[in-house]
Design a protein around this ligand. Structure first.
Ligand SMILES: [Zn+2]
Length: 300
């Protein structure tokens, strides 16, 4: 996990490392440079920007509202499905942004309420195996070993259903949050397909899939193939980037930018402006050396 500054409800206080401080200073420098050189104007460019978070601690709620208020100034906030559809069809006539959260922490519930205050729908990627877990020992194992964060409460099915009623979408984040590149092909396919079946049974439908850890080295072309074969509409990464036009292949990769509500707004907007400046037409989102395999998988 990238973020190392946090406070858990179970008493592990904010950890400030040398890396956090250095990173903060570097981001401050870059965002100032972007502002001074007019590069923040890139936020006005027509594109679809997917933003994601993991946690939203109570002390971060007001800054999350400020982030939404700031984004609304030059973006239209849309649901995850609308954002995916706009990429798919290339119907990108404005700057669009959408929010998603990974891992199914119970604090996703207040995050959903805040998004609803602004009339915005978010997408919450959850692992059905962990929903409703209340055993402290198991929560510690799940959070520490799989999410690399201190033990925290996770959403219950009742809360997940409440979020759906509030207009949010639920996506699959696999059954058990494994690194898909490190398990057998059969296990990988099962994690992808079974989570879709369970979520569809409980909630009616599930359209989107975000793989655990989210970087390309945690995933494989075969896993991407399995996601689209299982019937998902999108395959979602945590690789930074945005989308400015229709991708060159139907089984494309959604790029998302990780943002913490705790960061100063300038840091978050620096990443978004940088994506906008570096985005290229027709980008399918995948590493170039995966394309041959993925192009073959759509051919049959
Ligand atoms: Zn995750």
């Amino acid at each position: 996990m990238e973020e190392s500054l946090y406070q858990s409800p179970y008493g592990i206080e904010g950890i400030v490392t040398a890396r956090t401080i250095t990173r903060g200073l570097a981001l401050h420098g870059m965002s100032t440079l972007y502002k001074l050189t007019g590069r923040m104007d890139a936020l006005e460019r027509n594109r679809v920007q997917f933003i994601y978070l993991h946690h939203l601690f109570p002390e971060e709620e007001e800054s999350f509202r400020n982030l939404i208020r700031a984004l609304i100034r030059n973006h239209r906030l849309v649901s995850f499905s609308e954002a995916v559809d706009r990429v798919k069809t290339g119907n990108i006539d404005k700057p669009y942004a959408c929010f998603s959260f990974d891992d199914g922490l119970q604090q996703n519930l207040p995050a959903g309420k805040i998004l609803a205050e602004f009339g915005v729908s978010g997408c919450f990627f959850i692992c059905p195996s962990f929903v409703g877990e209340t055993d402290r020992r198991k929560l510690k194992e799940i959070c520490e070993n799989r999410f690399a964060m201190p033990a925290m409460d996770l959403l219950s099915w009742k809360e997940v259903e409440e979020m759906v009623k509030d207009g949010h979408e639920i996506g699959s984040h696999t059954m058990n949050h494994p690194v898909l590149a490190r398990i057998s092909k059969a296990q990988m396919q099962n994690e992808i397909a079974e989570s879709r079946e369970v979520l569809t049974r409980r909630l009616g439908q599930v359209k989107h899939f975000a793989w655990p850890e989210g970087r390309f080295f945690h995933f494989t072309p075969a896993a991407a193939e399995a996601v689209y074969n299982a019937g998902y509409d999108s395959c979602v990464s945590a690789e930074r980037g945005c989308h400015i036009s229709q991708p060159s292949m139907p089984n494309f990769c959604i790029r998302r930018d990780y943002i913490s509500a705790r960061w100063p707004l300038g840091h978050s907007f620096y990443f978004l402006a940088k994506n906008s400046l570096t985005a290229v037409e027709g980008n399918h989102g995948w590493p170039q050396d995966w394309i041959e395999t993925l192009a073959q998988s759509t051919a049959h």
